[in-house]
Design a binder for this molecule. Structure first.
Ligand SMILES: CC(C)(COP(=O)(O)OP(=O)(O)OC[C@H]1O[C@@H](n2cnc3c(N)ncnc32)[C@H](O)[C@@H]1OP(=O)(O)O)[C@@H](O)C(=O)NCCC(=O)NCCS
Length: 150
């Protein structure tokens, strides 16, 4: 079951492992993750299997908008609804906090993630050309902005 994560260095190291596995060179560092736990706008959710966090998501709740920063699930635990559970928890929290919408950017070539968001009720609201830095993960730097009205 999805849980709201609280800060501990053990949790930070587990999230850093997920980051490195899922994002390679663009992974959030241990310092980035510690800063996120210290950010008053940020909330992190995780899913554990046998005590280990295998997927997590981060959202920054900024007044009327909940900005999703990251969603990542270790490859061997994918396609069993973990990311969907994380996004549902984020939408619930955002509603409780009075947000009007959840919003995010996703690389236009990151098709699994675009599909995930569509399935969770997000719609493509626009395209931002050259939004991302150049990387080996995707052939384009363009992002979709996707929005879910709450
Ligand atoms: C995107 C990601 C988070 C999905 O996690 P997940 O736990 O496997 O997602 P779910 O099991 O909840 O999938 C829900 C739906 O999303 C879609 N989806 C997920 N992975 C997909 C894939 N590889 N291809 C096509 N659709 C996919 C499907 O519609 C799926 O429903 P279904 O399994 O009933 O067909 C995971 O693949 C991942 O960590 N990717 C790398 C990190 C990343 O790029 N994160 C996003 C940018 S921050």
């Amino acid at each position: 079951m999805t849980e709201k994560l609280t800060f501990s260095m053990q949790t930070v190291f587990q999230l850093n492992k997920i980051e490195k596995t899922c994002f390679g060179k663009e992974a959030w560092t241990v310092n980035n993750l510690v800063a996120e736990f210290n950010n008053e706008f940020s909330h992190l959710f995780g899913e554990r299997v046998d005590g280990e966090i295998v997927g997590y998501a981060c959202v920054r709740v900024m007044y009327e908008e909940a900005q999703i920063c990251n969603v990542a699930v270790l490859p061997e635990f994918r396609r069993r609804g973990i990311a969907t559970g994380l996004l549902n928890s984020i939408a619930e929290l955002a509603k409780e906090q009075g947000c009007e919408r959840c919003e995010l950017e996703v690389n236009t070539a990151n098709l699994p993630t675009v599909e995930l968001y569509k399935k969770c009720g997000y719609e493509i609201a626009g395209t931002r050309p050259n939004f991302y830095r150049r990387s080996k993960r995707f052939p384009t730097r363009d992002a979709y902005t996707m929005i879910k009205k709450l």
